[in-house]
Design a binder for this molecule. Structure first.
Ligand code: NDP
Length: 399
């Protein structure tokens, strides 16, 4: 059906590319372009031989002119950005210049400040609209599937949603005392930032990890979880009618937290450059270099993830509570595509979002968050492509 340019060739991209190749009726031709071309070539060598035609290229996605030249040369139907959040705006600029649809999984953040907000990308709306092209923001799991679950709950289950609690539990064990399941720099920036949640039209800020709760997760059991700021809260607050409170919780094991505290206390998680042996280095980037590469965790990670949303609101004049979630098994993901479940739960929705645009199932000129589109075809695709969802009426609620 069409051609996709996929930028980045890390953990998430590897899963999305495996899934595009499984879905070769839609993804007939893909170009994998990233900073390190040898990684693209190695993945191509693994996947070649199927119906999807794969080619590779080197690109610096911080450079708009290079991106424009690559897009003009390959002429894709869409660009799937699976590099890092720092590259979102340059890739959006190149998509505007070439009138090409754009998809990503994480909102833009500047390299020198850990500040997550949609403002920078929402500012492109009028220009994307005038160019007649679509930007689909946040097509991973969270953000991504959590927005689709919310749109589904709004469409089918509630007259009004008042509260959303997004719960992200990872009961996977990789056997290392400390490692992150996706890009360590992005992960540590996220969890060391101040927490926040949305209540009655305002952001309430908390200290990092200040709010702790315990939850008994289906198939995983009891876990401690901590309130974090998370980017989809901002878009859901805008797009879910009448919502009064949205919170995001993520589980962390004691070993992860103890190591993180120690690394923070000695300054290793700082993003401010320091001078070392006559040249500037960023402590967090140095830490990333010594930590296990998330893409190597697949064979050693056992256990499951459970990510989903608990909704509270009104249906037919009565209070209703409802939980929609997905369970993903690390070893099942590894057997299928050679990656652990965190990359899997992000890479599958990235492929599905790209499929929604490629097939014309979702259309619109401008910049959109995922919950602004019809959730039904995406919910069907989750069941078909490896992330089946489950639901529970009257679930345990989070205090
Ligand atoms: P990785 O670090 O594994 O992969 C990032 C890839 O981008 C690497 O291949 C890297 O190249 C490439 N890259 C980085 N900078 C550039 C550049 N300037 N030009 C070209 N390529 C570049 O990260 P992940 O796969 O773990 O994460 C990918 C994205 O997914 C991130 O934005 C992350 O925030 C997001 N994510 C979203 C989630 C969700 O649920 N929504 C959950 C998890 C992640 P090289 O190989 O040379 O390093």
């Amino acid at each position: 059906m069409g051609k996709a340019l996929i930028i980045g060739c890390g953990g998430v991209a590897s899963v999305a590319i495996h899934k595009c190749c499984q879905n070769s009726d839609v993804f007939e031709d893909i170009l994998i372009a990233s900073r390190t071309k040898s990684k693209c070539d190695a993945l191509k060598a693994k996947l070649d031989g199927g119906k999807t035609k794969i080619s590779t290229a080197q690109v610096d996605a911080d450079n708009v002119d290079e991106l424009i030249a690559l897009i003009n040369d390959y002429k894709p139907d869409l660009v799937l950005n699976l590099a890092l959040p720092y590259q979102d705006l340059t890739i959006m600029d190149a998509c505007l210049a070439t009138k090409t649809d754009y998809i990503d999984t994480a909102n833009y953040e500047p390299l020198d400040t850990a500040k997550f907000e949609y403002k920078w990308q929402w500012d492109y709306h009028d220009r994307f609209k005038a160019a007649g092209i679509t930007a689909l923001l946040g097509s991973g799991f969270d953000p991504g599937v959590t927005g689709v679950f919310s749109a589904y709950a709004q469409k089918h289950l509630f007259d009004e949603i008042h509260e959303i609690d997004i719960l992200d539990a990872n009961a996977g064990d990789h056997g290392y005392p400390f490692a992150t399941n996706f890009n360590p720099e992005i992960n540590i920036r996220e969890v060391t930032a101040k927490g926040s949640y949305w209540e009655n039209g305002k952001w309430i800020e908390t200290e990092p990890m200040e709010i702790k709760r315990e939850y008994n997760f289906p198939e995983i059991g009891k876990k401690d979880m901590y309130l974090l700021h998370h980017e989809e809260i901002e878009s859901l607050a805008k797009n879910i009618r009448g919502v009064k409170r949205i919170r995001f919780f993520m589980t962390f094991g004691q070993s992860y937290l103890t190591h993180l505290k120690c690394l923070e206390n000695v300054g290793m998680t700082s993003i401010k450059p320091i001078m070392f042996e006559g040249r500037p280095i960023v402590p967090l980037q140095f830490l990333k270099a010594v930590l296990p590469d998330p893409s190597t965790l697949g064979p050693r990670t056992h256990g499951k993830t459970n990510i989903g949303c608990i909704f509270k609101g009104i249906k037919d004049g009565k209070t209703r509570t409802h939980y929609i979630y997905n369970i993903c098994d690390h070893q099942d993901s590894y057997r299928e595509v050679g990656s652990q479940a965190i990359s899997y739960t992000t890479g599958v929705p990235a492929m599905i979002g790209a499929m929604m645009l490629m097939t014309g199932t979702w259309k619109g000129a401008g910049v959109f968050n995922i919950e602004e589109f019809d959730p039904d075809p995406f919910m069907d695709a989750l069941n078909k492509w490896g992330l089946p969802w489950q639901q529970e009426e009257n679930p345990e609620l989070v205090e």
